[in-house]
Design a protein around this ligand. Structure first.
Ligand SMILES: Cc1cc2nc3c(=O)[nH]c(=O)nc-3n(C[C@H](O)[C@H](O)[C@H](O)COP(=O)(O)OP(=O)(O)OC[C@H]3O[C@@H](n4cnc5c(N)ncnc54)[C@H](O)[C@@H]3O)c2cc1C
Length: 558
């Protein structure tokens, strides 16, 4: 039985506890583990779902031998898995090829041409309130999430100057969607009547993997055309979402778009407003590395893993000059890193799995361009502005509105720190940079005459592409051989999660699979409701079972 067969929760009040799924009749374990007890997950949505942890012993010290695991990749997925394992007393090596943690959400100290010390990162990140599993990780070192600060609103603007905002919207679906549509300048009552309600149904009856079964073969572009959405609303509401997945709508699976709508809007009552770090990004991840070390783990920065070889009682992990052995390996790399590592590890996994890894695609490049300007932007510029129909610009953030270190620089110099993002870039780095600057000058004209004191930019193509028709080929968290698990935002998990929250959720789940195999207690997880408000039973997935038997304790595989 999967959770999809279970009755839906009926809680309505905000302070009701979340629904708990156990799927297992063993009593919940009393977990003590290493370090302080993990903080409780909070949220306002009474329909959020708590997934009970696999039962087991509280600490690996109670086993005949303490297991060892190597976690490859120090992004959110790897950090989560490493901490989850270390909290149960597993000996963990976390290996990250860069010199900082956080991966695509990472940051590092940098300097302006005049020598001033500043901070740089892989770009603005929105920490949504429904990111329960990411927040559970952050609470390990910041129990009250004091390092996050709310962004009270973020406008979406298009080339005609039409603006949508989220401030003051009801947070509970479907009232949030209704109020958004009624308030939006891009919707007229006639547009609402023209909508193809039947085609829109998949947006409100999301299940995973059912939605992929129905919609994965269709592109987001085609799906939006079927909906008969007014063109302006499409630019504003949908393309902003689609491009946040680093892909143009014609290259994004409609199922991914529908799941995203469920997670952020139609399936969750946490609201579409989000928090951002009030500190440079590395201040979030460095303390988690310290916590891992305090739990007995080893954080090995600047350590690229070259190959992983299966050996009789586990794996031999090749670190270049040396190698290390472990019973388990967590592959928590980005897509290019995962492809390269598996290709360099010929004995790892059966041919079918290796082929699926080799076939994983990345989205087109994106640009993050941060500018230190000698003049402030106008006082009414928001912390974050999303743009639609203004290619190649996707959003503009004004860092001194939320980041303490940028605020200090702005106060000291009278300037502004502005960051421009362009996703799914269609031209070269130079051209994209020139075009986003032109766009900035158009929408914030006061920046045209400002002097650029310093500029730093990041140009990468390491985000997963969720192209139509690829969901069922994505590798799942459970690896092809005992002791090998995967985590990351490109890894399949049959839960309504995305981006940073998918990275964290797959990280917890990867650790839970290993812990369960060692008869150690796992960690609970929380998600938005598993079904849309109008969900009905979907036909079974042909040839496939859910990639996470989420409501059952994972099978013992060791
Ligand atoms: C510009 C931008 C903006 C974004 N904004 C948002 C947002 O607002 N909200 C949101 O939820 N998400 C956002 N994201 C997505 C988010 O950053 C990712 O979903 C998340 O960080 C992925 O984490 P991960 O751990 O899966 O992968 P990664 O962060 O990529 O971690 C993988 C790690 O593996 C390391 N690695 C690779 N190969 C090796 C090797 N051989 N040996 C050792 N280490 C290796 C890499 O260096 C990397 O640190 C954004 C991404 C970008 C790029």
């Amino acid at each position: 039985m999967t959770g999809h067969d279970r009755p839906r929760p009926t809680a309505t009040g905000d302070d009701r506890p979340p629904r708990t799924l156990t799927g297992d009749d063993r009593p919940p374990p009393t977990v003590t583990g290493h370090g302080p007890p993990p903080p409780t997950v909070t949220g306002r949505d009474p329909r959020r779902v708590r997934h009970a942890p696999p039962a087991g012993l509280p600490d690996a010290g109670l086993l005949a031998r303490r297991p060892r695991a190597v976690v490859v990749g120090g992004g959110i997925a790897g950090l989560t898995a490493a901490i989850a394992l270390a909290e149960r007393g597993v000996a963990v090596d976390l290996c990250e090829r860069r010199d900082h943690l956080g991966g695509r959400a990472g940051g590092w100290p940098a300097a302006l041409p005049d020598g001033t010390a500043v901070d740089m990162s892989r770009g603005f990140h929105a920490f949504f309130r429904q990111y329960y599993n990411l927040r559970a990780l952050l609470r390990r070192t910041d129990p009250d999430l004091a390092l996050l600060t709310p962004v009270p609103d973020y406008p979406l603007v298009d080339a005609e100057g039409r603006t949508d905002t989220f401030r003051g919207l009801p947070r509970t679906p479907p009232w949030n969607a209704l109020a958004f549509a009624l308030r939006s300048p891009t919707f007229t009552p006639r547009d609402l009547l023209r909508l193809n309600a039947r085609a829109a149904l998949p947006l409100v009856n999301v299940t995973v993997p059912g939605t992929y079964e129905r919609l994965d073969g269709v592109s987001a572009e085609e799906f939006l055309t079927r909906l008969r959405f007014p063109a302006a609303a499409r630019h504003l509401a949908f393309e902003v979402f689609s491009r946040s997945f680093f892909a143009p709508p014609e290259r994004l699976s409609a199922a991914e778009l529908a799941v995203m709508f469920h997670l952020y809007f139609l399936g969750s009552a946490e609201g579409l407003l989000f928090d951002v770090p009030s500190v440079p990004m590395h201040s979030l991840w460095t303390p988690l590395g310290d916590r891992l070390a305090a739990l007995g783990g080893r954080v090995r920065l600047g350590t690229a893993i070259h190959a992983v070889r299966p050996v009789p009682d586990g794996f031999q992990v090749d670190l270049g000059e040396e190698s290390t052995n472990a019973e388990a390996v967590v592959l928590a790399l980005d897509v290019p890193g995962l492809r390269a590592l598996v290709a360099a590890s010929p004995g790892l996994g059966p041919p079918g799995w290796r082929k699926r890894i080799a076939g994983l695609a990345t989205a087109p490049p994106f640009l993050v361009h941060r500018l230190w300007l000698n003049r402030p932007v106008a006082a009414d510029r928001p912390a974050f502005l999303a743009t639609g129909g203004l290619p190649p610009l996707d959003n503009v953030s004004v860092l001194e509105r939320y980041d303490r270190s940028a605020a200090e620089w702005a106060r000291a110099t009278g300037g502004s720190v502005v960051e421009l993002h362009a996703y799914a870039a269609a031209s070269s780095r130079e051209e994209t940079t020139a075009r986003v600057l032109e766009r900035l000058h158009e929408i914030y004209p006061e920046t045209a005459s400002a002097k650029v004191v310093g500029a730093l930019s990041e140009w990468h193509d390491d985000c997963p592409l969720f192209a139509p028709g690829t969901f069922f080929d994505r590798p799942a968290v459970a690896g092809p051989v005992p002791g090998l698990v995967l985590a990351g935002d490109g890894v399949r998990i049959d839960l309504p999660v995305a981006l940073m929250e998918r990275a964290a959720t797959t990280g917890w789940h990867a650790a839970n699979l290993l812990l369960s195999a060692w008869n150690l207690a796992g960690h609970p997880m929380t998600t938005v409701p598993l079904r849309g408000r109008l969900a009905w039973p979907f036909p079974a997935v042909p040839g496939g079972r859910p990639a996470w038997p989420s409501q059952t304790v994972p099978e013992r595989r060791a």
